[in-house]
Every structure is written in C-alpha cells, then in structure tokens.
Design a protein around this ligand. Structure first.
Ligand SMILES: [Zn+2]
Length: 295
C-alpha cells in the first residue's frame, strides 16, 4: 500500500540524515524533543542537499548551537524552523525553499503549487490528478470506476490509459477536475442581496478590470464557507489578491474566500495557474448579479 511504502521511505530517509549529520538533529544531546520532519519523498533530495550545505557553511563552534526544530510541508511551502546557524545558512535555506516551490512533493519531478478545495501542494500533473481523485464525491470505489471507464472527451480511452501514455494531456486533468467538482451552490434571496454588495467593494479595488463575479463551494451554513471567483483582467494572485481580501474583510465578507482568475484561465481551465478555481468558475458556480444602485 502507498501509505506504508511512504512511511518506510520516510523512516529510512530520516535515519540516514541523522546518522550522517547527528549534530543537526542532536541525537546524543540532552534534549529529547525530536525534530519534526514531515515532507513527501519528492522533497527528500532537496533536504539532503540542504543538510550537506549547512554542514559546509558552519564551523565546529557554530555547529554546537545549531539544531533543526521542524522541517515540513505546509500548504505547498517548505517550512524550516531551526535554532542557531544565523545568517551563515540563509543562502542554503533560501535555495531549499525555492527548489521546493517547483518540485513535486511525491516524486521529485518538476511541479507546480496548486490546490484542491483550498489544500495546496506542489505536484507534477500526474500526482495532481491522483490527489484530485482522492476527493471524488463517490469515494475510492467511484474513483476507481471512473479511472477504468472509457470517456468520449479522451477519444474513447480510459483515464487510466491516458495517464500511462500521456499524463500531461490537459484533457485528462480537465476530465479529472470535472469528475470531482462539487455541485453548483443554491442561493436564496437573502444570500443574493448580501452577495450583490460585493460588486461595489471589488469594483473599488479592480475598477473596470473586474469582469465577472461567481460563487462556488457554498453550502449556506453559518460560519466560513463559500468561494468568490472574481474574473479580473490581467489578474495575478501575488499582486492583486491581498488587496482584494483586505477590502472584502473590511466590508464584512471575511467568511468568504476570494480567488482571482484571468479571463484567459476561464477559457482554458486545465492549463490555468489555478485549475481548480477556473473549473469551478466554468462548471460549478452561480453568477453573483451586479449591484443595481436604486438612486
Ligand atoms: Zn509527481
């Protein structure tokens, strides 16, 4: 089973690192709180490089005060907590984080940071498809049936066969996304009235660049739920997202998540930077009507 194979590889990786660089883990030290290591096997090599670079960066005196506290994957980013080492190891730390940002956490091939239902990870296309299927609404059985059933949009081939021959075919990714998307939300009059107020809030931020607003992943229950998909011309998540999130929070919409999409990404969801949200926009969302000022 995949889990136990991962577990044994993880243990072997950790044992090897602790044997080779005991001072980085303080195996023989007085402290007994062990270093927390929690990354996929695809990141083992970049951590091995990091340990080697830290060893060459620190002399015997600096090594004494050094120890890794935590090495783990958090929402597709490599978190590195340590004691000591100072600025001497910063270049190695930055290199490791940069490498992690584009390395599949599962297999170590080139990867991209993408999410499924808000859970981010760095993966190659193959392992993104595999993770998508873990979210199949019908469970593992339904996912296995889908995998083995020929599909018209894949020229009559099964997803499993396309995966073996051409795992980066965008049609496979699109079909997998479509298989696991939630149903479009149902909103009532009160929801609609409240949501309409988002138009002036986000217009203030994005002006004429704001083309459409849609709602997805919303079940109407109290508490945080729901994703607002804003189609914004020239949108980039790094530059535009924080300002949009702040505006929404100030206007009382902090219960809703904001995702920005460019008009192009909605045209070609499978190759978009955020394929999950692009597919939600196309197949599993409802429009948020424009606010009509009454005066
Ligand atoms: Zn992979």
């Amino acid at each position: 089973m995949a889990v136990s194979r991962f577990e044994s590889r993880h243990r072997a990786f950790l044992a090897e690192a602790q044997l080779r660089y005991p001072w980085q883990f303080r195996i023989a030290g007085v402290r007994h709180d062990p270093t927390e290591v929690n990354v996929g096997p695809g990141w083992h090599d970049l951590l091995r490089r990091l340990f080697a670079e830290v060893e060459s960066a620190l002399g015997p005196r600096e090594r004494e005060g050094f120890r890794w506290r935590r090495l783990r994957a958090v929402q597709g980013a490599l978190e590195l907590r340590r004691e000591g080492g100072g600025d001497l190891i910063m270049p190695a730390v930055v290199r490791a984080r940069d490498a992690a940002a584009e390395t599949c956490e599962v297999c170590g091939e080139p990867g991209v940071r993408r999410h499924v239902r808000g859970w981010f990870a760095v993966e190659c296309d193959r392992h993104y498809v595999r993770r998508l299927l873990q979210h199949h609404p019908g469970g593992d059985g339904a996912a296995a049936t889908w995998w083995a059933t020929p599909r018209p949009e894949l020229d009559g081939r099964t997803p499993g066969r396309v995966y073996e021959r051409a795992p980066d075919d965008p049609r496979l990714l699109e079909a997998a996304l479509q298989a696991v998307l939630p149903a479009p939300p149902v909103i009532n009059g009160a929801h609609r009235q409240r949501l309409q107020r988002l138009w002036p809030v986000l217009r203030e931020q994005f002006g004429e660049r704001l083309r459409a607003l849609r709602l997805a992943e919303f079940d109407g229950a109290p508490g945080p739920s729901g994703t607002v998909l804003a189609v914004v011309a020239g949108a980039t998540a790094e530059r535009d997202l924080p300002a949009g999130v702040t505006r929404m929070a100030r206007a009382g919409f902090s219960d809703l998540r904001l995702r920005l999409l460019s008009p192009e990404s909605v045209e070609h969801p499978a190759t978009a930077a955020d394929p999950w949200s692009a597919m939600l926009a196309v197949h599993a969302s409802v429009p948020i009507p424009r606010h009509q000022p009454s005066a």
